[in-house]
Design a protein around this ligand. Structure first.
Ligand SMILES: Cc1cc2nc3c(=O)[nH]c(=O)nc-3n(C[C@H](O)[C@H](O)[C@H](O)COP(=O)(O)O)c2cc1C
Length: 199
């Protein structure tokens, strides 16, 4: 399957387990594989009555824990959204795979705790750099070039670094195929319930 040769996905889906298994393979692979669009899913938050969406890099995926990890700047607008309303939707689509995966759940903001410390330690210098930008995101500015990253101490960025832990309680899988689309939803309550949906 071209650049996705590291993961082996079925050509067709006949049982529900296959859809969850493929979602697991795709999202686990996407953490390190920047060539799949699942590496950068869209994360939506709620701001009052508005939905706000943005692309974020997927840093960790763990199906057993029903968890995704994202990194962000503590000064970003989304921090306020997630703090006031922790309901979140995460969605991705990769045209090479012809698969869309949509997750619903709740997000928790971590700042200056064990979770942020360990995520910061495993981040590389290039990623750390983003957090040293003065004033943080969303401030209205006249001249963007004044905000280009120049000389600074990367480790200072830790004070602006936040980790978002997303715990999903549903995962929807949609596979587009001309012979027949396949759509399945997996919902976790006390236990997992899975069903096909009309695509
Ligand atoms: C390819 C790509 C990857 C991005 N990754 C992240 C990320 O991992 N974390 C993040 O906070 N913003 C990331 N962004 C920027 C966000 O999309 C967004 O513009 C920024 O976080 C401000 O969002 P907010 O105002 O809703 O808080 C990324 C943008 C692109 C295009």
């Amino acid at each position: 399957m071209g650049i996705h040769s590291t993961i082996n996905l079925p050509e067709s889906y006949t049982d529900l387990d296959q859809t969850l298994n493929s979602a697991d393979l795709i999202l686990s692979d996407a953490v390190a594989n920047a060539t799949t669009l699942f590496h950068t899913p869209v994360v939506s938050s709620i701001n009052g009555k508005e939905v706000v969406s943005r692309v974020m890099v997927l840093r960790e995926f763990n199906l057993a824990k029903k968890m995704m990890r994202f990194h962000t700047d503590y000064r970003a607008a989304k921090i306020k959204h997630f703090t006031e309303n922790n309901n979140v939707s995460v969605i991705g689509y990769d045209p090479d795979l012809k698969i869309q995966i949509k997750l619903q759940g709740k997000i928790r903001v971590h700042y200056d705790d064990e979770v942020t410390e360990s995520a910061w330690k495993e981040s590389n210098g290039r990623s750390k750099k983003c957090y040293s930008i003065k004033d943080g995101s969303t401030k209205e500015i006249l001249e963007p070039s004044e905000y280009d990253i120049k000389d600074f101490e990367v480790e200072d960025g830790y004070e602006n670094f936040a980790v978002l832990i997303f715990n999903f309680d549903s995962l929807e899988f949609l596979y587009l195929k001309s012979s027949g689309h396949r759509r399945a939803i997996h919902r976790w309550g006390n236990d997992l319930k899975s069903t096909w949906l009309v695509p």
